[in-house]
Every structure is written in C-alpha cells, then in structure tokens.
Design a protein around this ligand. Structure first.
Ligand code: AMP
Ligand code: ZN
Length: 114
C-alpha cells in the first residue's frame, strides 16, 4: 500500500470526521475548511489523480459522483447549490496524491476561482 495520507484516513489509521461512507467511497470534513461546508470525497482504493481515471477506473468516477448528492443533501446544500472541485497537479495546487473531490457550500462562490 502506498504511504498515503488519504489511504490512511480511508483505513481509519488516521482519524477524520466522517460524514458519509459506503463500501467504495468515504467523505470527511476538510481539516482546513474554505467554506461553511467543506467536505472531501475520496475513493477507498488508491488512485493518485484524475489522470489515472481511464477505462480501468471508470467505476470510481461513477461511485464518487453518485455520492456527491448524498453528501450535499446531508448538509442541505441542494436548494442553493454548491461547488465540486478537483485540483489536478501542481498548477491547481494538488497537495495530496490520492484522488479527492472537494464539496464546498454554505456561501456564495465566485468565478473565476483564482
Ligand atoms: P488538495 O490541495 O486538492 O490536494 O487538497 C487537499 C486537502 O486536504 C486540503 O484542503 C487540506 O486542508 C485537506 N487535508 C489535509 N490533511 C487533512 C486531514 N488529515 N484531514 C482532513 N483534511 C485534510
Ligand atoms: Zn491513497
């Protein structure tokens, strides 16, 4: 297994505030929230980034996006909306090399994101 922070969170070796879980994905609170609601949604299996999401891992994209409205609904984000972000690589500021979706909500978002 890679020495990976989010694998350790998925395995419960490192604690996190879990808000949603099924057998393939885990959602937990970001430790440095950038909005009133800031959740990270990860596949339990280690996939470094979107560039690994080819045919082989198409099921992972499906699992993640199936969980997005469940998480958003849990935090009552559906009526007003929310933002889903993936930081891919250094230019986007990806800090953890385990695929994760940021789900941000609870305030007005701006565009472009900067
Ligand atoms: P990114 O920059 O897209 O790779 O995002 C990584 C995110 O992980 C950041 O928003 C961090 O605040 C968050 N993060 C780092 N360590 C932890 C942790 N132990 N528990 C929860 N969130 C974390
Ligand atoms: Zn990992």
């Amino acid at each position: 297994m890679p020495d990976c922070l989010f694998c350790k969170i998925a395995n419960k070796q490192i604690p996190s505030e879990v808000v949603y879980e099924d057998d393939r994905v885990l959602a937990f609170k970001d430790s440095s929230p950038q909005a009133p609601v800031h959740i990270l949604l990860i596949p339990k299996e280690h996939i470094a980034s979107t560039t690994e999401l080819g045919e082989k891992f198409s099921h992972v994209a499906k699992d993640l996006f199936a969980a997005v409205p469940k998480v958003a609904s849990k935090f009552s984000l559906l009526p007003k909306g929310f933002r889903v972000v993936i930081n891919q690589g250094p230019h986007a500021g990806q800090a953890v090399d385990h695929l994760h979706l940021h789900i941000l909500g609870g305030r007005q978002m701006h565009w472009p994101p900067g």
